[in-house]
Each structure stands twice: as C-alpha cells, then as structure tokens.
Ligand binder design. Structure first.
Ligand SMILES: Nc1ncnc2c1ncn2[C@@H]1O[C@H](COP(=O)(O)OP(=O)(O)OP(=O)(O)O)[C@@H](O)[C@H]1O
Ligand SMILES: [Mg+2]
Length: 342
C-alpha cells in the first residue's frame, strides 16, 4: 500500500488550516492558511479558530490537490490530525476528512499531531536506526524523547510549566510584539546582544524543562525599571532584551540535548515543532551536532510550524513500517498523548 500511497493530509488542530498531498513518500504540495483573526487578541480564540477552519478548509484542500496535480479519485487515503489540539478546530478537519474519505471510498487515518511534528524531520529521508533522540519544541509542548521502536518513544523529559513556544509568545506579549511572538523575537534578536542581561536558566533534575521562571524574570526586570526607564529601554534596547531572553531558552534546550546525546549514545538527533524554526536554536543545534559527532536533523522552517505534509507523511511512514492498525474511525482527542514505548 505504502508504495502506491497517494495521501491527502489535513491539519486543523490549532490556528492553521493546512492540506498536503504526499505520494510515495514525496511531498507534492503543502498548503497552509494561517489565521490572522487572532492577532489582535494576543492569542488563539478557539471559537474564531473553528469558524475560520470551516471557511478555509475546502479552498485549502482544493489548492493542495491542484498544485499536486492529483485528482481526488487518485487518492488512496486521507490522513487527518485527531489530537492533541483545540476540540472545535480538530472537529472541522476530522469532519471534513471523514466525509471526504467516505465519498471517495478510501480509508481515513487519524494521526497524532505531535507524531506529525516528529515525522516532519523525516520528510525526504530514510528512517534512522533506532534509537534516535527527538526534541519537540512547539506552542503547546516541550519534550525530549528517545524513539525506540517504530514511532513509539520513551519520554526523557518534559516541561513542568510553559512550553518553549508559549514562553516566546508570553514574553512577546510583555514586549508588545503581537502574536505569535516567536518569529518577532527571533527577528529582533538577530540584531541584539545575547549577553545584555543574564536572565536565569532553570536546570532541573533529569531532562525536565521549566520556562515560567524565565518569563516571570523578564516581567520583573521590566516592572523593576519604572515606567520612564522601561519605555526608554524598550525604545533603545528591545533587540538586546529579545536576544538575552532567546539565548536563555536556547541554552536550556541545548544543555538538555547535549547531556542526552552523551548519555544515550545516539547517532541521530531531531529538533522539531514551531520553535525549531528559531534561527538561533537551529544554529546552536547544528554546532552541537558537529561537536558531538551526531547527525542533527531540523526540518526546513515550512515544516517546523503546523503543516499537513507532516500529517500525510506520518501516515505514509506508519503504513511503510507495516502499522496498518491505525485508528480508521478517528474522533477528536484534544488531550491525546504521544504513543510511548513499550
Ligand atoms: N522563529 C521562531 N522562534 C521562536 N519560536 C517560534 C518561531 N516560529 C514559531 N515559533 C513558535 O512556535 C509556536 C507554534 O508552533 P506550533 O505551530 O508547532 O505549535 P502548536 O501547534 O500551536 O502547538 P503543539 O504543536 O504543541 O500542539 C508558537 O509558540 C510560536 O511563537
Ligand atoms: Mg504544532
């Protein structure tokens, strides 16, 4: 099946409406409509997200099929995100995917969004030998995992409070940079001095992460200045503050990766999820890979953020490794955890 698979992928777990076509492991198209309606609210408004998905899903799917040059009747399966995510957003993608697949008479495969992120680093290459390390850094998750068999993994560490992307978004809000904050901080930080202010780095036992103390320290730092000084500083040193905050986040992630590479002896490391689009993290991870002699795989930025190519590709991989017992009647599972080993 996998060798002749032509899979339509659909992703609608949060605020991106996305569709993609993957044929025989090649991405033929990947369309993303990023909802702008949330920008003025400083975060995703679930009700508006589901309405926007409903408006965009048909045109996005149509464009993905047209760009791929694939007729609906050529599809062999539909893959769709079943969770985790916002219930109302997931339901739009799932409802569409199930009806579309039913109409075509093909199976619909429910995919875990986080597994999609993990597979985003596998697009265009063969599966590495097990075990391999995967750092998932996104808007809702920060997890360091060892992939031990198939796509099943052992979680080595997870965040105890905010996710890395959430920290970027919350600090961006403090700095009035809009939503999502990660790309804005990344852009400003490129001109800034990462040593301008020594924001704290949390170092927990094992591989767990914590980012809320860092976010609070940015808040206290700004509040402690008083209004006049704060405004002057934000005018003159905004990029330095962004660079200092970003460096603290990246230090914590790289420190955990470094220790895990040493302790597990893996040869392949993946960094995935929206925050893996961060230019400083990418640079530091590449350097770490060279220093430790491991292959560092970070997807191109278009596959770091939410997209449907990773969803279709995850279905392709599962079918390729003979896992055909995929949920074929998927329902929305907003709190779906990652598949763990054993
Ligand atoms: N260049 C960047 N630098 C830092 N953070 C970034 C960058 N680009 C995107 N992000 C962050 O990535 C997050 C979005 O990632 P993603 O779309 O994977 O998250 P999500 O799908 O909302 O959450 P999850 O995947 O955990 O369910 C946002 O928090 C955003 O600020
Ligand atoms: Mg995501």
């Amino acid at each position: 099946m996998a060798n002749n698979a032509r899979i339509l992928g659909i992703e609608s777990s949060c605020d991106d409406t996305a569709a993609a076509v993957v044929a025989n492991g090649k991405v033929l198209s990947s369309e993303i409509f990023s909802q702008q309606v949330h920008t003025r609210f400083g975060g995703v408004v679930p009700e508006l997200a589901s309405r926007a998905h409903q408006q965009r899903i048909v045109p996005v799917v149509r464009t993905a099929l047209q760009k791929a040059g694939v007729a609906p009747s050529d599809l062999t399966a539909v893959a769709v995100t079943r969770g985790p995510g916002l219930a109302g957003s997931l339901l739009v993608g799932l409802g569409f995917a199930r009806a579309y697949a039913f109409g075509l008479g093909v199976p619909v495969v429910g995919i875990n969004h986080l597994e999609g992120h993990i597979c985003s680093a596998l697009i265009g290459r063969d599966l590495p030998e097990h075990p391999w390390l995967c750092l998932i850094v996104s808007g809702g998750h920060t997890q360091l995992a060892l992939v031990e068999e198939g796509l099943a993994l052992r979680i080595l560490g997870t965040t105890r409070d905010d996710a890395a992307g959430e920290a970027f978004d919350k600090v961006a809000r403090l700095l009035d940079l809009g939503y999502p904050g990660g790309p804005a901080i990344d852009r400003l930080a490129a001109q800034g001095d990462p040593a301008f202010y020594p924001f704290p780095r949390a170092r927990l036992d094992g591989y767990d992460f914590s980012f809320s103390g860092l976010k609070t320290s940015v808040l206290y730092y700004l509040n402690g200045l008083g209004e006049k000084k704060r405004e002057a500083l934000l005018q003159r040193r905004l990029s330095d503050i962004c660079a200092s905050f970003q460096e603290a986040v990246v230090d914590m992630l790289i420190d955990a990766l470094h220790r895990a590479i040493g302790e597990t002896g893996v040869r392949d490391v993946h960094v995935v999820g929206g925050v893996s689009a961060n230019s400083r993290l990418r640079q530091r991870a590449e350097t770490l890979g060279e220093t430790c002699g491991v292959r560092m795989h970070i997807p191109p930025p278009a596959y770091c953020i939410d997209n449907a190519a990773m969803i279709a590709f995850a279905a392709y991989i599962r079918l390729s490794i003979g896992q055909t017992d995929l949920p074929d009647n998927p329902v929305a599972e907003p709190n779906l955890p990652l598949a763990t080993f054993p």
